[in-house]
Ligand binder design. Sequence first.
Ligand code: FUB
Length: 328
Amino acid sequence: MSELPKQHQPLVSHIYTADPSAHVFEDRIYIYPSHDLDHDGEINDNGDQYRMEDYHVLSMADFNSPVVDHGQVLHVKDVPWASSQMWAPDAAFKNGKYYLFFPARDHEGIFRIGVATSASPAGPFEPEANYIEGSFSIDPAVFVDEDDQAYMVFGGLWGGQLEKWQTGKFVEDAEGPAPDAPALGPRIAKLSDDMLSLTTEAHEILIVDQDGNPIPAGDEDRRYFEGPWIHKYNGKYYLSFSTGSTHKLVYAIGDNPMGPYTYQGTILPPVIGWTTHHSIVEFQEKWYLFYHDCSLSEGVDYKRNVKYAELTYNPDGTIRMIDPYPES
Ligand code: FUB
């Protein structure tokens, strides 16, 4: 199935797609999205409506070329450790191989992060038998720095279970911090050279305001919720993420991938639908935001569609806010 992409339009309409992680591999733009499915179960804050079972890979030669759906590249039934809910994935290239990182619930219902490999960016991907030891929660994003060190940043509140890991162990009934306490940050760890394990413990990233104070948990316009992404621009590290309940994509800048990061502002205001999730990629010397909304399903929250828009920087390195619904 092929369709012509256009800025701010759904990239494909033959399937519902969300959580796009975009990369340039072999001179093409590859997009690794979640695959939203119909369901008649409960819709709740736990995300039970997001019952995804598999992944497709999309690609395009450039922004004027058709989008290719490379078909199903991994299904939950082929992942020994996973039981359900294949949420937002990411991909990386190293050692001549492609790696798909993905969260899913294990057989105890706890979200973990797994990895699968392929010789091609288009898959299919062969999963490892077990999840990555030391991984938990959702939304892995893998950043490979210029020195070739790879980092996995991850974590999401509520349905993503991040608040249940505050002690380093899974505590079923744990709740998030008080509104005036520092917000929970995403976790980050270094990946081994073979990309299959973590070589450090998951470290909590600190996000501070312009005065150096931690963003408090009650500051829902700025506090971390889910969907982290790290990219590098002019030697600085940019951590961008969703604020969840206030439905924004925002960003912070730091000097080290492990943090701390200083909050800067909004990249994308709320879109149609509850969730907002993104990636940022450079292609042919321009930068692009890949994101999703629910325009194709006319606002049905759990059925989303992937889109893109050009992203530009101000001379001081800050990002210009993108209007998701421009007039023309
Ligand atoms: O797609 C399922 C979940 O919704 C993702 O993991 C979150 O980032 C949110 O987009």
